[in-house]
Design a binder for this molecule. Structure first.
Ligand code: NDP
Length: 452
């Protein structure tokens, strides 16, 4: 059977665009459909605008600390609409970049909602197209807990477009998004409370790192409340919100933001017309080649719920494009040693095993730590502490995990991830000459393990 396209991609986010562009570059006839915004969550309501807001929030500390370096200026004021307008302009520019990347690589772009009619047919904007392969890269959508008054709360979909900076904010959740937005609002001057149901936020990260971040955030005035949750939200006549917690106490606030995980975006995709099935969490079930239980339909990125990170989705997109249309260059995605950062203020950067994971995996471990005030802060009144940890296999000397809380943690850990990928031992770290004076040099100068 002759198909209209070799590959039809649904969803022009990081993973879908990468698969589409490279498949077209390898000579395939490719179409892509997008119903919302080019670049997907990361570019529009995720990583990129979030990082811009994080930069914006950090300026409050920079301006304060500049006094110690001899700078004086009249009392700084912050204007949220300016930050949002400038951010919107940058995102629009990036939307344009994505559009031109697709068009220049020969991909046919449909702006509209795509729906599967059968395993080889897609309907978009009232037209039907057939394709040999169909790739679902529709990402995820914020999960909203079923709490009375939930309609008064917002999610990360809306937060980037608020008209004004609220005076008081309550963020619910203990994952990446909650921690990052609590830091953003706190840094920009809103009185911020973060509510998390567990005993300590960022479940899955190294325990000492989580504790250190908790202490640093508390020092910066963030009101952290663990082991609690929201029971109901009531709108007051003056427009403010009264939030009742499960212990019966109330918090008055101007904004409630839910950051309570994300669900796969498979609404109205017509998957019931195919043999696609889902795993227990509702994410699309795929094999090691991202092929679903319907052989002509593939899926990748957040919608398969494996690792919800942009660079992982792009790596998966690359793997799909190569396997289908340039098999000689195919390499499977290596899911080991994926580095990641949480852009709280201060940042977390991490790669490899946490202490608990290393022990659980049966390693006999040695842990090295360093906690210090950076040189940049030495002249200032800040008592922020940077924290670094190395988890080492005591038998093989291999470095199993590198973790950090502090300025530029993401930038520093990216290099550490290469070292871990190359199988670096603690001896290799020790034999590496530091760059002085930096914070990163601490990673190659830790000599004494902490007591077991
Ligand atoms: P996460 O899965 O990271 O965190 C969800 C949080 O919400 C958890 O703390 C969870 O608690 C809590 N939660 C879930 N359901 C409820 C509920 N019903 N009531 C109360 N609390 C609840 O999701 P995020 O939304 O923060 O982020 C989604 C994904 O996006 C991340 O996993 C990450 O992969 C990616 N991301 C990456 C970023 C980066 O690289 N810097 C930034 C932002 C997002 P519990 O721990 O108890 O389950």
């Amino acid at each position: 059977m002759a198909f209209d396209y070799d590959l039809f991609v649904i969803g022009a986010g990081s993973g879908g665009v990468r698969a589409a562009r490279f498949s077209a570059g390898f000579g395939a006839r490719v179409a892509i459909a997008e119903s919302r915004y080019l670049g997907g969550t990361c570019v529009n309501v995720g990583c990129v605008p979030k990082k811009l807001l994080v930069y914006g929030a950090h300026y409050s500390e920079d301006l304060e600390q500049a006094h110690a370096y001899g700078w004086t200026a009249s009392a700084p004021t912050f204007d949220w609409p300016t930050l949002i307008a400038n951010k919107n302009e940058e995102i629009q520019r990036l939307n344009g970049v994505y559009r031109s990347l697709l068009v220049k690589s020969g991909v046919k772009l449909f702006e509209g909602h795509a729906r599967l009619v059968d395993p080889h047919t897609v309907e978009v904007n009232g037209e039907r197209f057939t394709a040999e392969h169909i790739l679902i890269a529709t990402g995820t959508w914020p999960n909203v807990p079923d709490i009375p008054g939930k309609e008064h709360a917002i999610t990360s979909n809306e937060v980037f477009f608020l008209g004004q900076l609220p005076k008081r904010v309550l963020v619910m959740g203990g994952g990446y998004i909650a921690v990052e937005f609590a830091s953003i609002f706190n840094g920009l001057g809103a009185r911020t409370t973060q509510i998390y149901r567990g005993e300590l936020f960022l479940r899955g990260f190294d325990r000492s790192i989580r504790e250190h971040l908790r202490d640093e955030l508390t020092k910066k005035g963030l009101d952290l409340r663990f082991r609690t949750t929201i029971k109901r939200i009531d709108k007051q006549p003056d427009g403010s919100l009264s939030v009742t917690l499960d212990d019966g106490s109330t918090i008055e606030t101007d904004l409630v933001m839910f950051a309570t995980g994300r669900r796969p975006m498979v609404d109205n995709l017509g998957l019931e017309n195919t043999g696609v099935t889902f795993n227990d969490d509702g994410f699309i079930r795929v094999d090691e080649h991202y092929v679903s239980t319907e052989p002509s339909i593939l899926a990748l990125g957040d919608v398969i719920g494996r690792v919800q990170l942009t660079p992982v989705a792009t790596a998966e997109g690359m793997a799909v494009a190569r396997r289908l249309f340039r098999p000689a260059e195919y390499r499977p995605v290596d899911y080991h040693g994926i580095p990641t950062a949480v852009f709280s203020l201060p940042h977390i950067g991490t790669v490899g095993l946490t202490e608990d994971q290393a022990v659980l995996a049966g390693h006999n471990i040695t842990v090295y730590e360093s906690r210090f005030g950076t040189l940049k802060l030495a002249l200032t009144e800040s008592n922020e502490k940077t924290f670094m940890r190395l988890i080492v296999d005591a038998d093989t000397d291999k470095v199993l995990g590198v973790h950090m809380v502090g300025a530029e943690a993401g930038e520093i850990i990216q290099g550490m991830a290469v070292a871990l990928k190359a199988g670096a031992t603690k001896r290799v770290f020790d034999d590496t000459i530091g760059i002085h004076p930096t914070s990163a040099e601490e990673f190659v100068t830790m000599r004494t393990p902490i007591a077991a």
